[in-house]
Design a binder for this molecule. Structure first.
Ligand code: FES
Ligand SMILES: [Fe+2]
Length: 387
């Protein structure tokens, strides 16, 4: 009984002090911005695999494009016009009109079409020109702009990208049913000067956790309690081969004798959905939380990272702040390293490094065969013995 009360007090202290700590020292502080030499960044990018792996990417959240609205979105080295017709469906087109290249995002939605601001040509959601006010009878067959395969899931407008224009090989449907019953908590956005593969490799790089993530512990309670992590990564096969699971089992142990504290600790499961999403499911004694992290590559070594946070209704807000603080603090440390690192196909790995080459092998499915750099990555994956 005394033990239970003691654990309860620890958990309460953890939430209160932890949330305060992260609020003041971590969230309050801007991530350290690095000044980049843009010429050198181009060279740095050459060392990396292709900047836009094949997959689904988030363009924006659904609520940013209500019925009748068009917005411009940067992604995948270009600009998109994203609009929602009166029927509620979304269209994603190249932003520049094929007529005389006006920016379609300055136009307006008419019915289910997008009308160009320059000469009022209208395009449907498939990109086909459906109306030219001064040439109604003779719309040329090639009067069309590129439309992108799009869908809405998880409260996001997603677009499919494939370097060889192949059709989607996997779907985002049927996952994360929690989103419908959980309450949306917050969204944050950041621009990172990294390749998105570095983010994926983070989970497989077990050795860095100890040296980079000193904060994977309980602030101020760590003089008598510590967190022991057990890491596990599973790469899926078959129809779900675009997915991988990384699980961090965090057990609480007494610092003095390393004995586990019963009924304490928790686990975080990170699911990789292709190159564009990581979904964190926290299931801890202080609460549950879902964090959908989206990566939208903008240019080589530049991506937009959006975090969408959900939690069951009634979750103690400070518990969310604590869990978010823990996750956010860890990534700040990682990002500082990724933004200055390079990439090699032949890393010098030793026992204890984690399944980094397995991760690369899994990740290589998102690069098209035709790319020379991809071939090198695949060749190296085959050559180097799996970790
Ligand atoms: S530039 Fe778009 S209609 Fe002319
Ligand atoms: Fe990390």
């Amino acid at each position: 009984m005394l033990l239970q009360i003691f654990i309860g007090v620890i958990l309460l202290l953890t939430i209160l002090i932890g949330a305060l700590y992260y609020q003041i020292f971590i969230h309050g502080k801007e991530r350290k911005q690095i000044l980049f030499d843009e010429e050198y960044e181009k060279k740095r990018a050459e060392k990396y695999p292709p900047p836009f792996p094949n997959g689904w990417y988030s363009l924006c959240s659904s609520d940013m494009v209500p019925v009748g609205k068009v917005i411009e979105v940067d992604a995948l080295g270009q600009k998109f016009a994203v609009f929602r017709g009166q029927d509620g469906t979304v269209g994603v087109l190249d932003v520049y009109c094929p007529h005389l290249n006006a920016n379609l995002s300055q136009g307006k939605v008419v019915g289910n079409n997008l009308e160009c601001p320059f000469h009022a040509w209208q395009f449907n959601q498939k990109g086909k020109c459906s109306h030219i006010p001064y040439c109604e009878k003779e719309i040329p067959a090639n009067a069309a702009t590129r439309s992108w395969i799009t869908k809405e899931n998880w409260g996001l407008i997603l677009v499919w990208h494939h370097a060889l224009n192949e059709a989607p090989s996997w779907s985002t449907e049927g996952y994360l049913p929690e989103i419908n019953s959980y309450k949306f908590h917050s969204k944050t956005s950041d621009i990172l000067r990294i390749h998105l593969q570095d983010f994926a490799e983070n989970g497989a790089d077990y050795a860095h956790f100890e040296f980079v993530h000193g904060l994977m512990t309980i602030p101020f309670a760590n003089w008598f309690v510590e967190v022991k992590h057990r890491l596990e990564i599973v790469f899926c096969e078959g129809v779900e081969k675009h997915m991988a699971y990384f699980t961090d089992y965090a057990d609480l142990v007494w610092k003095k004798n390393k004995q586990p504290i019963p009924h304490a600790g928790g686990k975080a499961v990170v699911t990789y959905f292709g190159p564009g999403f990581l979904v964190f499911k926290f299931d801890t004694k202080i609460g549950k939380m879902l964090l959908v992290k989206t990566f939208t590559p903008l240019d080589p070594l530049k991506l937009r990272m959006d975090d969408y946070v959900y939690a069951p209704k009634g979750t103690f807000p400070l518990a969310i702040k604590y869990l978010l603080g823990e996750a956010g603090a860890q990534f700040k440390d990682d990002i500082a390293i990724w933004e200055k690192k390079s990439f090699t196909n032949r890393p010098l790995l030793v026992k204890g490094d984690g399944p980094i080459m397995k991760m690369r092998s899994w990740y290589s499915q998102f690069y098209s065969q035709s790319n020379a750099m991809t071939e090198i990555v695949k060749e190296e994956v085959n050559n180097i013995s799996m970790n």
